[in-house]
Design a protein around this ligand. Structure first.
Ligand code: PMV
Length: 361
């Protein structure tokens, strides 16, 4: 597929007004995307677990308008008008306009809500942008009923990517690859694809307990962070390492090798933050409690031999990953030893999920 393949040259039907609602999950990267080229093309491939409980529900209402000069839309979060969301959506509309020529024909009302608090430090851009992209695809499918399910999902992922890179991994589940990788059939820089090979039962219903260490606004946005990978002294080695780690994961997933899985996942998290600490300007997103939690996890793993590990996204919060078969003991450890490090004791129990869903309302 190329970018051109996502431009439909005709719409068969016309539409006056209506609405579509989608609920779309967040995802957590195992091999991280950090650094990008023009047009939201990733500098290296990444792979993620789609989440289940952390999601955004978006209702997109559309009505035909006369004046086709500008985009016209209003945004609501939990029922309250959110004009400060508008610039990000305007940028998204500009980026996707050439692929969705109907965008200027309608006024849109975008009503969105998250299952996790907006101020939890959990980025809502992956779930939010994927939910919006799916709503837009539902309109396009109504305009052209010949669209297949495969094209629908690929284009939703392609559009979501233009809103926020990692959002392209939130359309489907349970393991999604984004970015061209020589050993992964069908992988593409343009959209996320389902991981195509065998995955051992050890990874079924894998758990992710998210410890909310710092709910504040990030000091450095991921856009700035990605940009700092240009001219970064370790960039080329890092991009090569991501390819290698993804290659190693193929065998690990097949064999159910939890020990090697842990090694790669934690190394990826620390490398991501290592890139932040070694860029110019440099920055640190981890907090003292992030490190307290990591050390506690390492000690507990050493003592018990249980397969608990952590990963981080671009912030201070810690995602604790573990197999379902060890969930009881690990959850007890988390609630008795780790929750004290969370801001106001807040954490979210999540697990692998299977992708976005259209809702009837
Ligand atoms: O999708 P963005 O531009 O917010 O970047 C996300 C980057 C990480 O979360 C740190 C890694 C990833 O692959 O999701």
């Amino acid at each position: 597929m190329t970018e051109q393949d996502f431009i439909l040259n005709k719409y068969l039907n016309s539409l006056e007004s209506g609405s579509f609602t989608w609920s779309s999950p967040s995802n957590i990267a195992l091999v991280k995307y950090w650094g990008k080229k023009k047009n939201q093309i990733p500098a290296n491939p990444s792979i993620s677990f789609t989440l289940d409980a952390c999601k955004t529900t978006t209702k997109l209402a559309y009505s035909k308008k006369e004046n086709k000069n500008d985009f016209s839309f209003d945004v609501y979060l939990d029922g309250a008008k959110k004009d400060d969301f508008k610039p990000k959506i305007e940028t998204f509309f500009k980026r996707v306009e050439q692929y969705l020529p109907f965008l200027r024909d309608y006024h849109f009302k975008i009503e969105t809500s998250n299952t996790f608090p907006h101020s939890s430090g959990i980025a809502s851009s992956a779930s939010g942008m994927s939910a919006l992209a799916l709503c837009l695809m539902s309109i396009e499918k109504q305009l052209n009923s010949e669209i297949t399910d495969v094209f629908f999902n690929q284009k939703a992922s392609f559009l979501a990517r233009l809103g926020s890179g990692s959002a392209c991994r939130s359309i489907e589940g349970d393991l999604i690859v984004w970015g061209k990788h020589k050993e992964i059939t069908g992988s593409s820089d343009l959209f996320g694809v389902k991981y195509p090979f065998k995955v051992h039962d050890n990874f079924k219903n894998y758990q992710d307990t998210i410890l909310l260490v710092d709910k504040g606004e990030k000091q450095v946005s991921s856009t700035v962070g990605h940009d700092l990978m240009h001219n970064h002294p370790f960039a080329e080695q890092r991009f090569a390492q991501a390819h290698e780690n993804l290659s190693k994961l193929i065998n690990i997933f097949r064999e159910g090798d939890l020990k090697s899985f842990i090694e790669i996942i934690e190394s990826e998290a620390l490398t991501l933050h290592g890139m932040m600490m070694t860029s110019m300007p440099y920055f640190i997103l981890m907090k003292p409690n992030t490190l307290e939690i990591i050390n506690k996890i390492w000690n507990f793993r050493q003592e018990t031999g249980l397969h608990i590990c952590f990963t981080l996204d671009a912030g201070a919060n810690v995602h604790i990953l573990y197999p379902e078969s060890e969930a009881k003991a690990i959850y007890e450890f988390i609630s008795s030893e780790l929750v004290v490090y969370c801001q106001n004791g807040h954490y979210i129990c999540d697990r692998i999920g299977f992708g976005a869903k259209q809702l009837p309302i």
